[in-house]
Design a binder for this molecule. Structure first.
Ligand code: SAM
Length: 268
């Protein structure tokens, strides 16, 4: 088995993960400060990721190993697990089952965990939620499981929609409590539940530059006083997001961080 050992973690080398996939990696794994990229054959790599080392290793079932290493993630009142760890959800917690797959959002990334935590800090009973960049649907589904009447997840990547729908079914979210659609803010949102496109809560795990661009649209989709939860923000980019929120008149701006990642909450 051919493995390329790249120093760093998924977080510190986030920008380089696509380069590994594009170069033909068949799988990526993070272990002990190294990214392990599996390849069928040695290949010319782009400059930015040439600081690693090719290694021939004894064959192993890396997928089985990846799965075996996954642990439940606690995020406030919610515990996120893959399907085979359902039994490990504490009775006092809201269980959220996410099958690790093609869409971002297993709960193991700091941004997802902080966003679920921020949702779990709110009283969501009977509320409507807009989840921009839904990925696996994890945030919309968490919202529904925490009592929201309706959570709409939108994502520009069509691959995410059936995955999010399947995750909602796996969590036995009642029909009509979540909906997922390809798109972004500015597109027509389905008006059957939230006719005016104005939601009680808006959550978005994207990135700082996109929040800066979309913050005006967030105002238009959030009821006055409604909570805004933004993450996917590197701590170094916090001033960009805080400046954008100031510009649009958001109040009660608060920041929490986990390593190099930040989450910002504010009120419309
Ligand atoms: N919400 C999940 C979570 O918190 O784990 C997934 C977040 S993932 C970091 C970001 C998602 O946003 C991706 O699925 C991506 O396709 C989507 N995305 C990127 N730009 C977008 C945009 N302009 N509008 C809607 N979705 C977008």
């Amino acid at each position: 088995m051919l493995v390329y050992h790249l120093p760093g973690t998924f977080e510190t080398r986030e920008d380089h993960l696509d380069l590994l996939w594009e170069a033909g990696a068949t799988g990526l794994e993070e272990r002990a400060g190294l990214i392990r990229a599996y390849f069928d054959e040695e290949t010319e790599l782009p400059e930015a990721i040439r600081d690693g080392e090719w290694r021939q290793e004894a064959d192993q079932d890396w997928l089985a190993e990846f799965k075996a290493n996954l642990r439940p993630v606690q995020a406030g009142r919610v515990t996120i697990v893959p399907p085979w760890l359902r039994a490990e959800i504490p009775a006092t917690q809201v269980g959220l089952v996410i099958e690790p797959g093609m869409a971002f959002g297993t709960g193991h990334h700091a941004t997802t965990r902080m966003a679920v935590e921020a949702l779990s800090d709110l009283n969501l009973d009977g509320q409507t939620i807009l989840d921009v960049g839904t990925g696996s649907g994890v945030l919309a589904i968490a919202g529904a499981l925490l009592g929201a009447e309706y959570a709409l997840g939108v994502d520009i990547d069509p691959i995410t929609i059936p995955i999010a729908e399947e995750n909602a079914r796996d969590n036995a979210v009642p029909e009509g409590r979540t909906a997922f659609m390809v798109g972004t803010l500015g597109d027509d949102l389905p008006g059957d539940v939230v006719a005016d496109g104005v939601f009680d809560v808006l959550v978005a795990n994207l990135y700082a530059e996109l929040h800066d661009l979309l913050v005006g649209a967030y105002v238009g989709h959030l009821r006055p006083g409604g909570p805004l939860i933004l993450t996917g923000i590197l701590t170094g980019k916090l001033p960009l997001v805080q400046g954008a929120l100031d510009r649009e008149g958001f109040t009660d701006v608060q920041v929490r961080t986990d390593g190099e990642w930040a989450l910002v909450t504010a009120r419309a």
